[in-house]
Design a protein around this ligand. Structure first.
Ligand code: MYR
Length: 172
C-alpha cells in the first residue's frame, strides 16, 4: 500500500455489481487466489503463508442449495494439497455458510477488476478479505485497488500469493 492513501467512497467495499439474479451461476468454474488482507496482528493470514498458489473449482452440488468448492494448494515445498469445502446458500441472499464451520460467514463484494470477486470471511469476530480472479495474472492496478480497499476498511496487513511454481492439477 502506498504511504498515503486517501480513503474515500471509492474505497468502500460494495456489493453493487454482484448480479443477484444470476447468482450463483456466474461463479461456477475455475478461480485463482491472488491476495488476502486482514487486520494487523490478527494472525488471519498465517494459514496462507506456506502457500505458493491455489486454484479453485466451484460447482453446483447434486444437493439443492449447496456448492462444492475444490482447491489444490501448491505449497512452497512443491507439494500439492487438495482441499474441499461445501458452501450453503441461503435463499436469495448472496451470503454463504460453510458446512462444518457454523460460525463462519462469507460475503461477496465487487472488485474494480470485473473478472474478480472479493470474499469477506468472518469467524468469531475475526475477518479477512480474499481476492479471487478468473485469470492467474492480474494487472497491478487491480491488485493495488484491492489493497487500498482493504487498508481503508481496516485490513492493514496484506499478502499477495506468490505464484512462482506451477499450478497443481485440479480434478473437475
Ligand atoms: C478458504 O481458503 O478459506 C476457502 C475460500 C474459498 C474461496 C473460493 C474461491 C472462489 C471464488 C468464487 C466465489 C463463489 C461464490 C459463490
Amino acid at each position: 500500500v502506498d504511504l498515503l492513501v486517501v480513503c474515500d467512497i471509492n474505497h468502500r467495499l460494495s456489493a453493487s455489481s454482484i448480479n443477484r439474479t444470476e447468482f450463483p451461476s456466474q461463479y461456477m468454474g475455475r478461480w485463482y487466489f491472488l491476495a488476502a488482507a486482514a487486520p494487523a496482528d490478527s494472525q488471519a493470514l498465517e494459514t496462507f503463508k506456506p502457500m505458493d498458489n491455489t486454484a479453485f473449482w466451484v460447482q453446483e452440488s447434486t444437493e439443492n442449495e449447496k456448492l462444492v468448492f475444490r482447491a489444490n494448494v501448491r505449497v512452497k515445498d512443491g507439494s500439492c494439497v487438495p482441499r474441499k469445502w461445501i458452501y450453503l446458500l441461503s435463499g436469495d441472499s448472496t451470503e454463504l455458510r460453510t458446512e462444518g464451520h457454523p460460525d463462519r460467514v462469507t460475503e461477496l463484494f465487487s472488485s474494480k477488476c470485473t473478472q474478480c470477486v472479493i470474499l469477506k470471511e468472518t469467524e468469531n469476530s475475526i475477518s479477512r478479505l480474499l481476492l479471487y480472479s478468473r485469470s492467474p495474472q492480474l494487472e497491478r492496478e487491480f491488485v493495488e485497488d484491492f489493497k487500498e480497499k482493504a487498508f481503508c476498511e481496516g485490513y492493514k496487513e496484506t499478502l499477495e500469493i506468490p505464484q512462482k511454481l506451477e499450478y497443481c492439477p485440479l480434478d473437475t
